[in-house]
Design a protein around this ligand. Structure first.
Ligand code: CO
Length: 310
């Protein structure tokens, strides 16, 4: 009798609870909908105002499109104020990084993948990293995640892939005995010279007549000319080791000015073949950038910075 009484009571309580849950649960879920999430990609480049250089950016964008579903956002930002101002005057508006982040938030992006289109983690990449961090602090909770992809030459694997892709892009009219000389931008201080020394070594191990020098920094054209002479090179293909074939490629590399690389090499009696093709136009290079975006776990809005016990 005792047991029976409690059993009956227990049953009715259970039924009542079940009924309550059936009625209330949909409301509970309605109050906290599972966050759907909208993905966005932000491509950050130095920028160019040279129309002929744009196929590089278009090629890179095409390599990123497959990562997006229809309706998801892909936005560009140029870091160069001079170039943005120049384009603005021509009625071609391009975002700064801050403006691009505003635009992506307005489009309802929750999970953002930012890809640096820099050649290496030099001055410009460091600024971008800092800028994203300070933007995230200024706008807490605006994005659920914000992953930053590393620049082009970040590892030995990258150097191998980049060297192969860049050498493959040299026109097939190149004959054996012809050298290839790549023009990197470089910078006067910082780790750039070290990265290019490594890049040059990898390039050279694949192709003994492939060389690199930079506009700024340690390894200049003046250092390469004696090596070309020593190796008995008579013809040299010159190509930008920059994402776009912009101002530097058109003037400092291939231009008619007496101090352009083409002029300096010609003065030494070499036959020069300029290749005005930005690295961003090369599919193997586009792939490295896309891979870096896909592989990035560097979430700027949820930093899990922790030194392990070791
Ligand atoms: Co420059």
């Amino acid at each position: 009798m005792h047991n029976h009484f409690f059993l009956k009571r227990g049953l009715s309580t259970g039924v009542a609870l079940l009924l309550t849950l059936t009625v209330l649960l949909p409301f509970a879920f309605a109050g906290q909908p599972p966050e759907a999430g909208k993905k966005g990609i932000l491509l950050v480049a130095f920028g160019t105002s040279e129309e002929k250089a744009l196929p590089a950016y278009e090629g890179i964008e095409a390599a990123f499109r497959p990562a997006l579903e229809p309706g998801e956002a892909l936005v560009w930002a140029y870091t160069s104020n001079i170039i943005r101002t120049k384009l603005n005057r021509q009625g071609k508006k391009v975002h700064s990084v801050d403006e691009a982040l505003d635009a992506l938030a307005e489009q309802g992006v929750t999970d953002l993948s930012v890809q640096s289109l820099h050649i290496m983690a030099g001055e410009e990449f460091t600024k971008l990293d800092r800028l994203l961090q300070s933007n995230a602090i200024q706008h807490p909770g605006r994005f659920r995640t914000m992953r930053l992809g590393r620049p082009l030459v970040e590892s030995m694997d990258d150097a191998q892939a980049v060297a192969k892709a860049a050498l493959h892009a040299v026109p097939s009219a190149r004959k054996s005995g012809d050298a290839v000389l790549f023009m990197a931008h470089g910078q006067d201080a910082g780790r750039c010279d070290m990265v290019f020394a490594g890049m040059n070594a990898v390039m050279n191990s694949i192709d003994p007549l492939a060389f690199m020098a930079s506009v700024e920094g340690y390894q200049r054209i003046e250092n390469i000319i004696p090596i070309l002479k020593e190796k008995g090179v008579a013809r040299v293909w010159i190509m930008p080791f920059m994402v776009v074939a912009g101002e530097h490629a058109r003037n400092d590399l291939a231009g008619d000015e007496p101090d352009s690389w083409a002029s300096l090499l010609r003065k030494e009696g070499l036959t020069v073949f300029p290749v005005l093709r930005g690295m961003g136009e090369i599919p193997g290079i586009q792939d490295v950038f896309a891979r870096h975006a896909a592989e990035s776990h560097d979430d700027i809005v949820n930093p899990k910075i922790k030194f392990t016990a070791e």
